[in-house]
Design a binder for this molecule. Structure first.
Ligand SMILES: [Zn+2]
Length: 89
């Protein structure tokens, strides 16, 4: 099972920075490209985000979430950036 429906593991065609931790991702380094957010995530953060997503699913099914998930905040930032970009361009 591989939940990569909206993110693709690839080698970057150009240098970027992980949207989650800000780590520099040099040209040709392996990373996850999120086609929805149009951003890259380093492999370490991708693993963390998947774990958070799974934990969120569990908390939803269990009832109340205990705390705002880091992944949700990252997603909100990504949406804001996308809105700004589309407003400009
Ligand atoms: Zn990262």
């Amino acid at each position: 099972m591989d939940a990569t429906s909206d993110a693709t593991r690839m080698r970057l065609r150009y240098a970027g920075a992980c949207r989650a931790c800000g780590a520099a991702l040099p040209h040709h380094s392996p990373a996850i490209f999120d086609e929805v957010a149009k951003e890259v995530v380093c492999l370490g953060c991708d693993a963390d985000l998947r774990r958070v997503a799974r934990a969120e699913a569990h908390s939803h099914s269990a009832g109340l979430g205990l705390a705002p998930a880091p992944g949700a905040a990252v997603g909100a930032e990504g949406d804001d950036a996308l809105v700004i970009m589309s407003a400009v361009g």
